[in-house]
Design a protein around this ligand. Structure first.
Ligand SMILES: Cc1cc2nc3c(=O)[nH]c(=O)nc-3n(C[C@H](O)[C@H](O)[C@H](O)COP(=O)(O)OP(=O)(O)OC[C@H]3O[C@@H](n4cnc5c(N)ncnc54)[C@H](O)[C@@H]3O)c2cc1C
Length: 519
């Protein structure tokens, strides 16, 4: 009989490590079991391009935003565990094909000045819009305090205060939390360039023509409040920081260990069984894999039918649209060809947004139908411009994120993948120098991500984002509260509140729920 743990955590992604660290600090015996050779999950980097073995490539996340606003940073003292980041301002720039641009700065007023170069009405609207988003964030902050499944008198009081403070914005706030992001962009902003900027940034949150997707604009509030960091040395730095904090809390980490079953007998969780047949016993299991996978891992009959059904029906890239990622390693740096500004702002330090609002809309229609978009729309992060340490001197890494791409294609990815990557690179090369020196590329579609990581449909938020899947409704109505799915079984990854993105919030919430459960 092996050692018995208080808590076994399935998955050593960032949320699994965060949950483990809180529990370790609370003197629980914790084991994180990770199937991959490295911890970090979707927040990792590696030397994945054989032709460019010295280029460090982010294989998922590249930007740290939510965690900058998260209490996890301070509570787990991440800065003392090797945390090293770089910040850029402007953070993004929409690149007009003719050489013009709109940059997004930390300061919303400066951003509005940039928008004014296209439309002064949009510049005024932007500042009003950001004020509205600030109201939205105040509500989110009040609702996010504590467990969304447990409302206390204090929560209601705080919500009431926020409601009174923002009463003049009530109707607009209701609209923003129920309308599609695309509708809001078109309603608020007259110029296609402004619409392209807004949609280009929120497109990563899923189909922007879906009701309730407008809350994705909260990202703009975060950008102006806390900004964006990039991990120095690639996301490996971030994963290593979390592993270090976790180890310091006394937790154990088992790598190359795939869980085959979350063992539930007579309604009570017993632990996990690995694919090699080893059984690890624990009082509690936290599954930080996606909820659909968690349901499949549970012993047949271990979850009641309603719970299992609701988990299995949680949407994961249900519209067949999700982000693909193309990294290119080059012997040259990536520099903009014609977007040089006369005001001293260096757009090579920003993430470039390429594509019009109409191209994004067309891409969405095509991706839904299982077609590779005729005109690829993407953001390009010239990573080595702010972190030269990830490639040999003078060389480059371009991280190209395609927010609106099909999960499955009708033609099959075997034949569609190479032409799709070539089309992206052809368009990117019209904006940036550096592609002539291409050494190799790493292109991962959602379907590839599912194969590599087991993540259902390669869904980067585990469960689709939207107003109907937030708070206590995430991952599903009735399952977003503190009660375990079966005695001793909790979820703890991006599939629970506050959702996808690198915030550590789900891991922190799961740890709190488990500590309450164990006392
Ligand atoms: C291309 C891309 C770009 C992104 N960009 C950003 C960004 O810029 N900013 C941002 O905030 N977010 C971004 N995200 C989203 C963000 O990375 C994720 O939402 C977040 O990392 C999820 O963390 P997690 O710990 O909940 O889950 P994951 O990172 O998915 O971790 C789950 C872990 O569980 C493990 N696991 C699964 N099944 C088993 C099993 N049976 N046995 C053992 N282990 C198992 C997996 O291997 C994995 O390590 C991006 C994601 C991708 C893919």
């Amino acid at each position: 009989m092996g050692k018995r743990y208080d808590v076994v955590i399935v998955g050593g992604g960032h949320n699994g490590l965060v949950a483990g660290t809180y529990l370790g600090k609370a003197a629980k015996r914790v084991l994180v079991v990770e199937q991959a050779a490295l911890a970090g999950g979707l927040s990792q980097s590696d030397h994945v391009i054989p032709e460019a073995p010295d280029h460090m490539i982010n294989t998922g996340t590249a930007e740290l935003i939510h965690i900058r606003a998260s209490p996890v940073m301070q509570e787990l003292d991440l800065r003392s565990h090797g945390w090293k980041t770089v910040e850029t301002d402007p953070m993004y720039a929409w690149l007009d094909p003719d050489g013009g641009s709109i940059a997004v700065f930390r300061d919303p007023r400066r951003t509005a000045e940039d928008i004014a170069r296209y439309s002064s009405a949009d510049a005024r609207a932007y500042l009003e819009f950001i004020e509205l988003i600030d109201g939205l964030m105040q509500f989110a902050g009040a609702m996010g305090k504590g467990d969304p499944g447990v409302r206390t008198a204090g929560n209601y009081l705080e919500l009431a205060k926020v409601a009174i403070r923002n009463r003049a914005l009530k109707t607009k706030l209701q609209l923003i939390s129920t309308a599609p992001a695309d509708q809001l962009a078109a309603e608020w902003f007259e110029h296609p360039a402004t619409q392209a900027l807004l949609l280009g940034i929120v497109a990563g949150a899923g189909p922007f023509d879906t009701d309730g997707n407008g809350i994705a604009y909260a990202l703009f509030g975060l950008l102006h409040r806390v900004g964006v960091s990039k991990a120095v040395g690639g996301m490996r730095m971030f994963a290593d920081t979390l592993v270090s904090a976790y180890a310091a809390s006394g937790g154990e980490l088992m790598l190359n260990a795939e869980v085959a079953e979350i063992v539930i007998r007579d309604g009570t969780t017993q632990g996990v069984c690995l694919v090699d047949g080893r059984m690890i016993e624990a009082d509690v299991v936290i599954a930080t894999c996606d909820p659909i996978s968690a349901a499949r891992l549970a012993t047949p009959g271990g979850l009641d039918r309603v719970t299992r059904t609701r988990l299995e029906y949680a949407p994961a890239h249900r519209a067949n649209v999700g982000p693909s990622l193309l990294n290119v390693a080059s012997s040259q740096p990536f520099r903009l060809r014609r977007h040089r500004r006369t005001d001293g702002v260096d757009l090579n330090q920003a993430v470039g947004l390429i594509g019009t609002a109409d191209e994004l809309r067309q891409a969405l229609v095509q991706a839904r139908r299982g077609l590779v978009p005729m005109t690829p729309v993407f953001s390009l992060s010239p990573m080595t411009n702010w972190d030269p340490s990830i490639a040999p001197d003078g060389q480059g890494v371009a991280y190209i994120y395609l927010p609106v791409f099909p999960v499955d294609v009708n033609a099959g990815w075997d034949s569609a993948k190479a032409p799709a990557a070539n089309a992206v690179i052809a368009r990117a090369a019209d904006y940036y120098d550096g592609f002539d020196g291409e050494l190799g590329r790493w292109f991962e579609t959602c379907s590839d991500r599912e194969t590599r990581t087991g993540l259902t449909k390669g869904c980067v938020t585990h469960v689709d984002f939207g107003a109907q899947r937030t708070g206590a409704k995430r991952p599903a109505f009735g399952l977003g509260g503190p009660e375990p799915l079966a005695r001793g079984l909790f979820l703890g990854g991006a599939g629970i509140h506050p959702g996808g993105g690198v915030s550590g919030g789900p891991g922190r919430l799961a740890a709190k729920r488990v500590l309450d459960y164990l006392t």
